[in-house]
Design a protein around this ligand. Structure first.
Ligand code: PEP
Ligand code: MN
Length: 336
């Protein structure tokens, strides 16, 4: 099976930005691609599905022209996002090689159905359609979308980008189990939303035996008009030796379980941090009211309640006591 590395900016912003980024990537191409089975693809979005209406929405069809200029100049195949049948039509007309369906579109089966109708009707076909996981963690909907696009006869690939900056490995595992025949890529950029977290996440491509990665790369991320915090530079892409290499072994279920454990532990620390922040706010409030930080009756009350809650989850009372005592000590430190 091939291995894919899809890189380029979140959005096409200007001709200069698209071409400069593409030129910097092609300059390091031989260093990041070292095997014939690896396919390098240049990406950028022309229509951006944004949260707020007053943020950059993309440049529209003009962005396709800049992508085609990249293709002519560098010889790299190019990819863009399609969220409507009109986007599919325009991208195919322009000569774009690969389309991807974004997480927000993937959450809407009617939109995916409309895209599939256009793929059937259009005489031009993309090399493949990449389907991101839905913005909500729903493995069955993701599989449903794979089936919707597959029905058009166009090859499909899955892109796992997690949900709300959490990995949600469970849905990737479910889709991998159900459809091991479909390439699955990792998108560490949207998965983490943080530049410094992007490259370390790439380790999972190898650990889980995935088929490559889609990474947002911008020649000057600080100036990016969308997803500025998560884009890396071509130099950063080069600076690590973690560029996905083609998989050799079948990954074990154990690797997936370990990824899921990593995620649960990360969640636990996030929740503890949240709890400590609340404890601090409570501490400030108590100070204003001239109350002492320690209220023993409140601690006793929550401890017995938590023991009851934990019983429903088959967790031993001893464990609850140790965890709650440790949390309480830490909270008191935060309050002082
Ligand atoms: C993107 O790839 O730029 C994008 C919008 O991704 P997602 O749909 O995963 O948020
Ligand atoms: Mn983006």
């Amino acid at each position: 099976m091939n291995n894919y590395l899809i890189v380029g900016p979140c959005a096409a912003e200007s001709r200069e930005q698209v071409l400069t980024t593409a030129r910097q990537i092609t300059a390091i191409q031989s260093e990041i691609i070292n095997d014939k089975s690896q396919i390098l693809i240049f990406r950028s979005g022309s229509w951006k599905p944004r949260t707020s209406p007053d943020t950059f929405k993309g440049v529209g069809e003009q962005g396709l022209e800049w992508l085609m200029e990249v293709k002519r100049e560098t010889g790299l195949p190019v990819a863009t996002e399609a969220a409507t049948p009109e986007h599919v039509k325009a991208a195919l007309q322009a000569g774009i090689d690969y389309l991807w369906i974004g997480a927000r579109t993937s959450a809407n089966p009617i939109a995916v159905e409309a895209i599939s109708q256009e793929l059937i009707a259009n005489s031009q076909k993309p090399k493949a359609v990449l389907i991101k996981n839905p913005a909500n963690p729903d493995a069955r909907l993701w599989l449903g979308n794979i089936a919707r696009i597959e029905a058009t006869g166009v090859p499909v690939m899955a892109v796992h980008r997690g949900c709300a900056h959490r990995p949600c490995w469970d849905i990737a595992y479910a889709v991998r189990q159900a459809r091991p025949d479909i390439p699955m890529l990792l998108d560490p950029s949207h998965m983490t939303g943080k530049r410094e977290a992007v490259l370390p996440k790439l380790d999972y491509v190898e650990q889980l035996g995935l088929d490559g990665a889609m990474i947002e790369v911008h020649y000057c991320p600080e100036q990016a008009l969308s997803d500025a915090k998560q884009q890396i530079t071509p130099a950063e892409l080069l600076s690590v030796s973690r560029i996905p290499s083609p998989r050799t072994d079948k990954p074990s279920t154990l690797s997936w379980y370990r990824a899921m454990i990593d995620e649960v532990d990360e969640d636990i620390w996030t929740q503890i941090e949240k709890r400590m922040h609340l404890a601090q706010q409570i501490g400030d409030w108590k100070k204003q009211q001239h109350m002492t930080p320690l209220q023993p009756e409140r601690f006793e009350a929550i401890l017995s309640q938590r023991i009851e809650w934990a019983k429903k989850h088959c967790i031993e009372t001893d464990t609850v006591q140790s965890v709650m005592n440790a949390l309480h000590q830490e909270a008191l430190r935060h309050q002082q």
